[in-house]
Design a protein around this ligand. Structure first.
Ligand SMILES: NC(=O)C1=CN([C@@H]2O[C@H](COP(=O)(O)OP(=O)(O)OC[C@H]3O[C@@H](n4cnc5c(N)ncnc54)[C@H](OP(=O)(O)O)[C@@H]3O)[C@@H](O)[C@H]2O)C=CC1
Ligand SMILES: O=C(CO)COP(=O)(O)O
Length: 333
């Protein structure tokens, strides 16, 4: 069934998802940048975030958040986590009752430590809230390469309907009812992608990367389960899938931050030179607090945090990890 979609956020992922949706649905994309809107409407491109390659010609962009959401049957939010709540507040007066809201963001709000669907529930109570997540590097999907994702909603009927809307031949969408686990998988893996990039930047080797991914999955799963996610979610697309993609791809912005740190660059300079978001940098702060709140050991994330915020070097981080006593794989730690 053809639905009306309103997408908020004209960055690389918001635009890519909007273009996928426009294949089979009426789709409007809201971007605050006028040049982006004009370029999408006239040249079917978003060269700031997705250089090269055309977007679906049916995609309409708008500078008006009201026009974008007022007739929408579904709203999709691709705004980075630290600005997600503000965008919902602006859109709220124009959103029709009970319209499902789907988050694309992979981060946690700094002040509140909340997930994006918790923010949706607070700002738009009564609206079904869900997340689209998984190993989905925007630039590959924009280039027409195949990928798989998960739509997680508590209500299975809505999840199945959205599964049909988001799916295209090359973009395979699975359903999951574990919204907490799916959301946490996407947010927590970004810090581990920074760790993996740090290792590669410092030429630590393929074995180190494999160890970081595997032990990273273990710590991500520990916190995720303590916060209410299901163990099986973390071995699926939203957990292991996304972890593997971002920890091993130079297309990941989080991996790139780590890689540059591994090369000895300072965080401020790396961020200054990037025109895209790397959610793991801010999420690392939140995750350290959550690890304390839930009394969960997260040694790799902690070493990343110390490099980002306490002046440690990448070599301090790897030395720190090597000093930790290695226990049994069956036990946490
Ligand atoms: N890119 C990817 O491969 C994937 C990204 N994600 C997640 O999707 C989310 C969005 O990321 P992505 O699209 O990559 O980000 P980008 O860095 O590519 O773009 C960010 C977008 O958000 C807009 N924006 C930033 N702040 C505000 C604000 N206060 N109000 C309105 N718009 C704002 C920017 O607008 P402007 O241009 O005007 O600054 C820009 O359009 C992130 O949480 C990310 O983790 C998830 C899966 C894949
Ligand atoms: O989440 C992503 C791919 O699944 C994108 O990762 P980055 O934000 O690190 O680019």
């Amino acid at each position: 069934m053809k639905l009306n979609f309103g997408i908020l956020g004209g960055g690389s992922w918001g635009t890519t998802v909007a273009s996928l949706l426009a294949k089979n649905n009426n789709t409007i994309l809201w971007a605050r940048n006028e040049d982006t809107v004009n370029e999408i409407n006239t040249r079917h491109m978003n060269s700031k975030y997705l250089p090269g390659g055309e977007l679906n010609k049916n995609l309409v962009a708008s500078n008006s958040i009201e026009d974008t959401v007022k007739n929408a049957d579904v709203i999709v939010v691709g705004i980075p986590s630290q600005h997600f709540r503000d965008a919902l507040k602006i859109a709220k007066p124009y959103i029709r009752p009970w319209v499902p809201i789907v988050s694309l963001a992979k981060g946690l709000e700094l002040d509140t430590k909340k997930r994006m669907t918790q923010i949706i529930e607070e700002e738009l109570p009564g609206h079904p809230a869900g997340v689209l997540t998984g190993p989905n590097l925007a630039k590959e999907i924009h280039a027409g390469q195949a990928a798989a994702a998960v739509i997680a909603m508590v209500d299975d009927t809505i999840a199945k309907q959205l599964q049909g809307s988001f799916s295209t031949g090359l973009f395979r969408v699975y359903t999951n009812d574990d919204v907490i686990g799916c959301e946490l998988g996407g947010a927590l893996k970004n810090i581990l992608a920074i760790a993996s990039g740090m290792g590669d930047g410092a030429n630590a080797g393929d074995n180190t990367r494999a160890a970081l991914i595997t032990r990273g999955l273990s710590e991500l799963t520990r916190l995720g389960k303590a916060m209410g996610g299901k163990g099986s979610t973390f071995s699926g697309l939203a957990g292991m899938g996304d972890l593997v993609a971002t920890c091993s791809s130079s297309k990941s912005r989080n991996y790139q931050v780590g890689f540059q740190l591994g090369k000895g660059k300072r965080l401020e300079h790396i961020i200054e030179e990037m025109n895209e978001v790397a959610e793991g940098v801010k999420t690392a702060k939140v995750v350290m607090e959550l690890a304390r709140d839930y009394n969960v050991d997260m040694p790799i994330s902690y070493e990343v945090y110390k490099v980002l915020y306490e002046g440690n070097t990448v070599y301090d981080a790897f030395n720190g990890l090597l000093k930790i006593e290695s226990g049994s794989e069956k036990e946490p730690g």
